[in-house]
Design a protein around this ligand. Structure first.
Ligand SMILES: Cc1ncc(COP(=O)(O)O)c(C=O)c1O
Length: 360
């Protein structure tokens, strides 16, 4: 058995062990081809079968209807910050953004740079993004509404998605797609860099309602044009073939585990274990407000920075790695994506209690 630590990295992040084992087993000879998946043409029937299977799984696990199309793109979620306004802006309409953290801020910077009309209709910057705003109005002239469903850095997550009526709802779900059930048909477009809950970095999942494809103007860069990529089933140019392969394996793993509801129950249980320790303590200070807590990324501070450094160092001695918080919050962040096991979280919680006893 290979030596594996308990990996709380925010992304790229821990992947399900059975997925890695399949990759290892199939690496030299993919399905009898005598080549690895990295050496096969993206125009081959073999890769075609694979990408169609991946598309179908990405869609059906969440229950998206055939009104939606799945795209596998490159450039990470960051490319989507630009692709969304380039494709979805409309003459005479204004895009509405809700700013719930650093990634939302970056998405807003892109729409601003592109000179497309936009409005920030709500923000939680006034309290270092520790909550999800609930008080905003969208207005009938909105081209679309953009939200970040889970704020990886701050540890907050939308609990209920906003009702945008006929205005298309667009979500950056990079860090929580596939962590829980939601009604997919409330969304016009979802995008997610795969490297947290869905696979390796270098492949971005985009799920778009097909009627929106008609908005893509011809005069935008081809690499960011949804319509072009939809027409070619993501094969307009060479995709990240290895990335798509691993995403497909992760989707299969979700199905093998019993699907979204099973994962959601496990994710809620894992998150509860950590939040229970935080809530029972005066030593640990959670960053996110209770009504906005994420079940994927949990953030907290300790009384001093020195104790935070020690926490990270002592955790590492117990093979609990990747716990250092992002500099915008400081402190500790535990990223507990789908592939993080319940046992992994139990080991963290045991450590948290021991650390508090020793230093609290
Ligand atoms: C919510 C969210 N959006 C966007 C990004 C940026 O993604 P990428 O590095 O794939 O461009 C991240 C990365 O951590 C993220 O967590």
């Amino acid at each position: 058995m290979a030596h594996r630590v308990i990996n709380f990295n925010p992304g790229p992040a821990t992947l399900p062990l059975p997925v890695l084992e399949t990759v290892q087993r199939e690496l030299l000879d993919y399905h009898g081809e005598g080549m690895s998946i990295m050496e096969i043409s993206h125009r081959s029937a073999t890769f075609d079968d694979l990408i169609l299977e991946a598309e179908s799984r990405v869609k059906h696990i969440m229950g998206f209807s055939d009104d939606y199309q799945v795209l596998f793109l490159q450039g990470g979620a960051t490319a989507q910050f630009a692709a969304v306004p380039l494709n979805l802006s409309r003459e005479g309409k204004t895009a509405a953004y809700i700013n719930t953290g650093s990634w939302a801020t970056k998405a807003i910077k892109e729409v601003e740079k592109l000179g497309k009309p936009f409005r920030v209709i709500a923000s939680s910057e006034d309290d270092n993004f520790s909550y999800i705003p609930t008080d905003f109005s969208i207005g009938p002239d909105a081209a679309y509404v953009h939200i970040t469903s889970n704020n990886t850095i701050f540890g907050t997550q939308w609990q209920e998605y906003p009702d945008t009526g006929d205005v298309p709802l667009v979500a950056d779900m990079s860090s929580d797609l596939y962590c829980r059930r939601f009604d997919p048909h409330r969304f016009a477009l979802i995008y997610a860099g795969a490297q947290k809950n869905a696979g390796p970095s270098g492949v971005t999942i985009v799920i778009i309602r097909k009627d929106l494809l008609e908005r893509s103007p011809k005069n935008i860069p081809s690499i960011l044009n949804y319509k072009l990529f939809a027409e070619k089933h993501s094969l307009y140019n060479t995709p990240n073939t290895f990335g798509v392969y691993v995403v497909n394996l992760v989707m299969k793993w979700i199905q093998d585990e019993g699907g979204i509801d099973v994962l959601e129950e496990r994710n809620r249980k894992k998150a509860r274990l950590v939040y229970d320790v935080l809530d029972a303590s005066d030593f640990y200070r959670p960053h996110a407000r209770k009504d906005s807590r994420s079940i994927m990324n949990i953030t907290w501070r300790l009384p001093t920075e020195d104790l935070e450094k020690r926490f990270v160092a002592e955790a590492k001695e117990r093979e609990l790695v990747g716990l250092k918080g992002h500099r915008s919050v400081g402190g500790i962040r535990a990223s507990i994506y789908n592939a993080m096991t319940l046992e992994g979280v139990q080991r963290l919680v045991e450590f948290m209690k021991d650390f508090e006893k020793k230093h609290g």
